[in-house]
Design a protein around this ligand. Sequence first.
Ligand SMILES: Cc1cc2nc3c(=O)[nH]c(=O)nc-3n(C[C@H](O)[C@H](O)[C@H](O)COP(=O)(O)OP(=O)(O)OC[C@H]3O[C@@H](n4cnc5c(N)ncnc54)[C@H](O)[C@@H]3O)c2cc1C
Length: 478
Amino acid sequence: MTAILGAGISGLSAGYYLLRKGLTPSSVLILETSNRVGGWIRSERFDSEGYVFESGPRTIRPKGLAASNTLDLIEDVGLADQVYPIFSNHVAARNRMIYAKGKLNMLPSDVVGVLKTKPPFTKPLFMAGFKDLFTGRSSVRLEDETIYSFVNRRFGREIADYAISAMLCGICAGDAKQISVKFLMKRMFEMEQAHGGVIKGFLKDALFRKKQQDTKAQDSSELAKRAKAENWSIYSIYGGLQTLPIRIGLILKEQMVDIRTDVTFEEIVFDGNQILLKVDGKERVVDRLISSIPSYKLAKHVEKQHPSLSKELAAIPFVDVAVINIRYKTPNLQKYEAFGFLVPPIENLPILGVIFDSCCFDMENNTVLTVMMGGSWFEKWFGTNPKEEQLLTVALEQLRKILGIREPPDSYKVNILRKCIPQYVVGHHKRVDAIRQYIREHKIPLALCGSSYDGVGVNDVILSARECVDGLIGNGFK
Ligand SMILES: Cc1cc2nc3c(=O)[nH]c(=O)nc-3n(C[C@H](O)[C@H](O)[C@H](O)COP(=O)(O)OP(=O)(O)OC[C@H]3O[C@@H](n4cnc5c(N)ncnc54)[C@H](O)[C@@H]3O)c2cc1C
């Protein structure tokens, strides 16, 4: 029997991949503490009024290997015709803004834009490339550093302050001055360390890389091929992203996989090749365990038997995010045709950014916006226990100041998502290697997937589930 902890998208995917590897459905058990599947993926549909509120992820990227893997899964579970792509020539794909120096600034989206000086930058962006070309390698070999310090060294302070710091707010609600360069720019960092410069490194590496990509691209599904041929920029699924975990959950249930929600864990005891799970007052023996739950939660379960493993798991930090979904019955209430805007931390404002949902997707005659707040700065702005009304007031105030929206919303939802995004701070990758090494050395029948370890996006966690299962069924535990 294989038990999976957590029925978020990674736990469900792990279940799906186990069946694809030939395990019988009756030998797979999924245990979930909440009353639903999907984890942070949660879409609230208002079908009669034509809009959706997403409190977690809303779009997925179609490019790259992890992305192809997700598209393969979506096709496999029969959702290919439900995919809602945004093509690369769509305004929401081309236009991304940052709010800086008192106004909204459109980021360059083509070569011409990179050649011109565009605020908030005081020089054309291509000059950053020159800085990289003419700056030597760091004086000592680095194993890791913050993404802010790397970008500052290679491309200059403005790119670090306005572009990268804002981007990190959008991707993980995190502080570029803490997040590891390997989180987003692992390859660039390796290029610099190996060749003394990012551009130099990529030029030297170009030929080899192309061959490697070509070989791997051949495995893709029809949907992944379509995404490439039609040049998708990002995509969602009709009815909201929650459609995906619900579909996977249904398929697993139809095949008679035991998915239990609302469970209460009392204890996990590792005993040689077996694991004793004490759940809902009953004991259950399983042969192996896949954990897709956040690392800090797993830390509690293993603390008694493996305190040093627990300490490493607990050391991965998480941030709280407030997501405020707002809907106005008035169409086109905000005038910008764009995906939305991000606010770099240097601006010292209480929001991370705003997504223009109704510009990205058809929301009939509604204007739908999502304000993201908190992350690394949650406590600084809102204390430990803010009230929903307080957060809503801040969100509406910023919409008034930045977008000029004065009318009250017709509906809204304030979501306070506690410890929802892990922060891959400097040393994260080394810590994850140490965690996996400990599990191997102590021969614990435990495998890890999910957002705590190998990437925080939907693509990353689905791939992590697949690799976890491949490792389990192939060569032992990853
Ligand atoms: C606000 C927000 C916006 C995001 N936007 C995007 C985006 O636009 N695009 C993108 O690609 N990614 C985005 N992400 C990231 C993406 O949502 C996550 O990577 C992904 O949903 C994580 O899935 P998971 O299965 O690994 O973890 P989770 O979703 O955390 O699932 C874990 C599950 O385990 C359950 N659980 C917890 N403890 C236990 C226990 N002890 N026993 C059993 N079950 C337990 C939980 O209830 C949960 O259901 C966003 C995340 C957030 C929070």
